[in-house]
Design a protein around this ligand. Structure first.
Ligand code: HEC
Ligand code: HEC
Ligand code: HEC
Ligand code: HEC
Ligand code: HEC
Length: 497
């Protein structure tokens, strides 16, 4: 046995190819084990090191495994002998029984192969596991994923793994995602990716395999009351309240009245949009389990664009496109920080000046931090010198809070600025719900999909000084009605449709 082993070692050490192979196998194996230990004990936590440990060393190991037999083959060819002869050659067999039998070589080969498979198997399981960690997805390609990672960590899904929304279930989905990931690594290395990353993300798995594992569609019920505070741009930054009762029901009760009606088990909405961008609808169809069918066609596209229509079945992300990578609107971001008491709006014109400071265009994050500080200090120095001397600490806090808003939402390295990734919840301009709920999409009787102001929400206060308008029973219907009519007119004036 030792003879054969000795001969084998001799055989693979006479040529460079298999020598390299052996060095690769042993060194990558040992380094991998040490690094693995360091990672399990959290001595090493960096995503780049992880990438090296899990990709580089196992790859080197495999290369080593391939090189060694190639080297042996070369040695065999040079000497013109068979493997059995070579293994028995250098030292004469001490006793002939110990001479190499094919069976023994085979046994050694099997044992080594099992060790190799075990090692590579464990390494790849650890690798897949590691690559599923949000920490890896979010930081391995730092400048590319930084925006998604930043917004993810402060989102309602901060504890949900990236892969639970991005990979879905099944072997097919896993293989798809790894192939996709391999391509992404190439495009990052060769700098081929677009900035910002374009949306909508067409490869996303259907929501049935992702979102619906945690959020069961038929479980949405009732009304969600939300109050938004909007601060005026006057000297007092006066708060104004808008309160909506969002009808988030799936409409299971049989009454068709709820926002999640679109994704109820019994309904399916299909649509096609210009260039498959999900913005301008060509047509929208309703298919129901009971066979009910309706089609709404866009009057603006009587003449069909010359493109092949891609049909999409509406799911969660057609509305919740910003489920976790939530970028704020600058005014809403400031509204939120004032409401949370982080920005002190007793400073004159705080809301207006804060907004001006953050919406300026800065070349990079450092310049932005200085620019914001200069803007705010400069404004108060020029206009309210007494304020700046008494409130220097308050102003500094505001500067730091505004700097944080900027860092969360603006990412110059990826060309992400205000509004790069608009949310489709709600209706800014023609966006969001009004992509379908408008007067242009009509059925054969010229009826449009409803855009009545109370279809999706009741409105209990609009830019009002109180969060709720308390109505007495006597005047409620009248005032309700008048208010809705007033709002409808105001909106229709802003967005003629
Ligand atoms: C709750 C589900 C969810 C989780 C968790 C999640 N994402 Fe996403 N992500 C989405 C959705 C939905 C979109 C699609 C947006 C669209 O199509 O407009 C998206 C889009 C993206 C995009 C494209 C750019 C963009 O902002 O639209 C990237 C890159 C991305 N995600 C990376 C990540 C990374 C990295 C993580 C983990 C750190 C992660 N995602 C976690 C749901 C999720
Ligand atoms: C692994 C489970 C999981 C998956 C997958 C998941 N979510 Fe969630 N989602 C949660 C949890 C947990 C919360 C937080 C609940 C809370 O804070 O009350 C949440 C909250 C939400 C909220 C409410 C946020 C708010 O402001 O109250 C929305 C909307 C949402 N998810 C949509 C989605 C969408 C869309 C997807 C698919 C792209 C998705 N979720 C995938 C677990 C999940
Ligand atoms: C892709 C097109 C599309 C988008 C986008 C869309 N809807 Fe709809 N919605 C429809 C269609 C189609 C109907 C059913 C029209 C009918 O009665 O035939 C509908 C019906 C509704 C209904 C009434 C449900 C019922 O019980 O009858 C509500 C409420 C609603 N949508 C809310 C919203 C909200 C809120 C948004 C935005 C967050 C939105 N929709 C975005 C297509 C869309
Ligand atoms: C037609 C648009 C639309 C679709 C499709 C849609 N949602 Fe929603 N969803 C909304 C709106 C609008 C709200 C209320 C937003 C708010 O509270 O600001 C909401 C609220 C929610 C909430 C918070 C509910 C609560 O109790 O407060 C969750 C969770 C959620 N959606 C998950 C989902 C999931 C998961 C899907 C897919 C199965 C989905 N939504 C499909 C428009 C939609
Ligand atoms: C198809 C459903 C739908 C229709 C129709 C609709 N809304 Fe809305 N509206 C929403 C949703 C969803 C939101 C967003 C709530 C959020 O941001 O979480 C919203 C938000 C609002 C807001 C608060 C916006 C803000 O940023 O302050 C106002 C005000 C409003 N709607 C008024 C109206 C009026 C007036 C009409 C009639 C012209 C109307 N809505 C029609 C679904 C609808």
């Amino acid at each position: 046995m030792f003879t054969k082993f000795g001969n084998f070692i001799y055989g693979i050490s006479v040529n460079g190819v298999s020598k390299l192979g052996v060095v690769l196998i042993t060194s990558s194996f040992i380094i991998f084990l040490i690094a693995q230990l360091a990672m399990l004990t959290e001595v090493l936590t960096n995503a780049y090191i992880g990438l090296i440990v899990y990709l580089l060393f196992p790859s080197l190991f495999v290369i080593g495994l391939i090189l060694t037999p190639i080297g042996w083959y070369k040695y065999k060819k040079n000497t013109g002998k068979t493997t059995i002869e070579l293994l028995n050659e250098r030292f004469e067999p001490v006793d002939t029984k110990a001479g190499v039998s094919g069976a023994k070589v085979f046994r050694t080969f099997i044992v080594l192969t099992i060790i190799n498979i075990l090692f590579l198997g464990c390494a790849s399981i650890r690798m897949l596991h590691f690559m599923d960690e949000p920490y890896f997805c979010g930081t391995a390609c730092h400048s590319v994923m930084d925006p998604e990672w930043t917004t993810y960590q402060v989102s309602p899904h901060a504890k949900v793994k990236c892969v639970e929304c991005h990979v879905g279930e099944g072997v097919g989905a896993l293989v798809d995602s790894k192939l996709n990931g391999a391509w992404q690594m190439i495009s990052v290395t060769l700098n081929l990716y677009e900035r910002p990353i374009p949306t909508p993300v067409h490869q996303l798995r259907p929501a049935r395999e992702t979102c619906e594992k945690c959020h069961w569609p038929d479980k949405f019920y009732g009304t969600r009351l939300i109050t938004m505070v909007n601060y005026k741009r006057d000297s007092l930054s006066t708060p104004k309240y808008t309160s909506l009762g969002l009808k988030i029901d799936t409409g299971k009760s049989g009454q068709r009245s709820g926002i999640h009606w679109h994704i109820a088990q019994k309904n399916e909405i299909r649509y096609a949009s210009v260039e498959d961008k999900r913005e301008k609808m060509l047509w929208v169809e309703v298919h129901q389990l009971d066979g009910n069918f309706k089609r709404y066609t866009n009057k603006d596209y009587q003449q069909k664009p010359d493109e092949i229509e891609k049909i999409r079945v509406l799911d969660c992300v057609d509305c919740h496109n910003r489920a976790t990578h939530i970028y704020e609107d600058p005014q809403r971001a400031i509204n939120k920080r004032i409401s949370e008491g982080l920005l002190d709006f007793s400073l004159p014109y705080l809301n207006r000046e804060a907004l001006h400071a953050i919406i300026k265009i800065y070349p990079d994050k450092n310049t932005a931090q200085n620019g914001i500080a200069n803007h705010l200090r400069g404004y108060y120095k020029r206009n309210y010198p007494e304020v700046i001397t008494q409130n220097i600490a308050v102003i500094d806090t505001c500067i730091s809070v505004l700097g944080d808003i900027y860092n969360r939402n603006i990412h110059p390295q990826m060309n992400i600025s205000w509004g790069s990734y608009p949310s489709l919840i709600g209706h800014k301009g023609e966006n969001g719900c009004f992509r379908c709920h408008n007067s242009k999409l009509v059925d054969e009787n010229n009826n449009s999909i409803s855009y009545d102001c109370v279809l999706c929400h009741s409105i209990s206060a609009y830019e009002s000084s109180e969060p709720f308008m308390f109505l007495t029973p006597a005047d409620s219907t009248d005032r309700d009605f008048n208010m809705h009519r007033y709002l409808q007119e105001e909106f229709l004036n802003c967005y003629p449709r």
